[in-house]
Design a protein around this ligand. Sequence first.
Ligand code: NAP
Length: 330
Amino acid sequence: MQNINIKNTDMKAIVLTTIGGPENLEETDIPIPTIGDDEVLVKVKAISINPVDAFARANQASLNFVYQLKGDEQHIVLGWDISGVIIQTGVAVRKFKTGDAVFGMVKFVGQANGYAEYVAAPAWQLALKPDNISFEEAAGATMAALTAWDSLVIDGKIKKGDKVIIHGASGGVGHFAIQIAKYFGAYVIAVGSAPNKDFILSLGADEFIDYKTQVFEEIITDADLVHDSVWSDDVRHIERSLKATKAGGILLSLIVPFDNDFLAKLKAKNVKGYRVAVHANEEDLNAIAALLATGKIKTHVSKVFQFREMAKAHEHIQSKNTIGKIVAVV
Ligand SMILES: NC(=O)c1ccc[n+]([C@@H]2O[C@H](COP(=O)([O-])OP(=O)(O)OC[C@H]3O[C@@H](n4cnc5c(N)ncnc54)[C@H](OP(=O)(O)O)[C@@H]3O)[C@@H](O)[C@H]2O)c1
């Protein structure tokens, strides 16, 4: 396979100088990564930004875990969600060739070093970008889409006719969750705030509940599945979601882990609880690519930042008011 020559040995990357605010993200020249036998080198076109990027930037324990920090790294470069074009393939790679346009969530958890011009990615963590979508849309359909898929399809075993509550409906994960649930033939009750109602309904939700003025667990008490992605100051949010789940139903928690007390409550109501943890999976990413290719799901990109504006993108994602996905273009 013909590899494309790169003249430079350095590339631009957004480096985290120290744990702290978005201003600690600095554009710096660092060496282009080398690839392993089962990896490809991607010339990055777009990067999507997730809440976890901002947590890891600001919080040592979070960085230690999601970046698998060892302490001797020359540079810390956040970012896991990319789209781009393959310019080199490792000797063991059969799946792709140079010139292929691809997208995926790379090395999560671990050191993908995604905020960069070039990323070394395991081939199995990438899928071909469908021709009908942009690099921005492809970059957005990575961690958020895989999380919605893991939650509803893998853990939730969603099926036709299920009554499903989607919290955080207007956000990155939520907007994919609505579309995936509708694809499987579920009845979707989406929880969001009034300014995003039209957007949420346009994604196919059957009902809308405004979390600022309505009490969802008083309106719905018999959901087959509840997808809870809300980290609120009110620690009882997951308890409220349990109230909305029917006996025999499934509660999917994207954030709150279950303690023994809560596990006992799940058992008492005969509800299965899952703490969803997104992970790369070739089959799931290919399923998402197929839905994107046929227009069954779409990425809503609400904001595009320039690469050098990564700090601004972090300010945006940490507002917790993101609509759909935000991306940076390289
Ligand atoms: N477990 C995992 O593997 C995993 C993977 C990915 C993400 N996550 C977590 O899941 C959460 C969602 O991720 P994301 O990428 O979708 O975040 P996001 O794009 O920032 O979305 C946030 C959305 O949540 C909405 N929201 C906030 N409070 C709400 C409430 N009480 N009820 C309903 N909606 C509410 C916001 O709408 P308004 O502006 O209307 O408030 C906003 O649209 C994050 O905390 C993230 O860290 C977990």
